[in-house]
Design a protein around this ligand. Structure first.
Ligand SMILES: [Zn+2]
Length: 59
């Protein structure tokens, strides 16, 4: 299971995302970043996704 906590990305945010698939996890995080943190969809760059991946916990 993959798990990502928004606070690990430096936001004061309690959102936690879990998914079995990285693609699904990225989708959830991307949607959240746009809806809650005011990012533009164009801000979701491969570089950002790499950072997310580095912060993702695997269990
Ligand atoms: Zn958040």
């Amino acid at each position: 299971m993959l798990r990502f906590e928004c606070k690990d990305a430096g936001f004061e945010c309690k959102a936690v995302f879990q998914s079995k698939s990285e693609e699904e996890l990225n989708k959830q995080i991307g949607q959240h970043a746009v809806d809650v943190h005011g990012l533009e969809p164009s801000d979701l760059t491969p570089e950002l996704l790499r950072k997310v991946k580095a912060l993702t916990q695997r269990s």
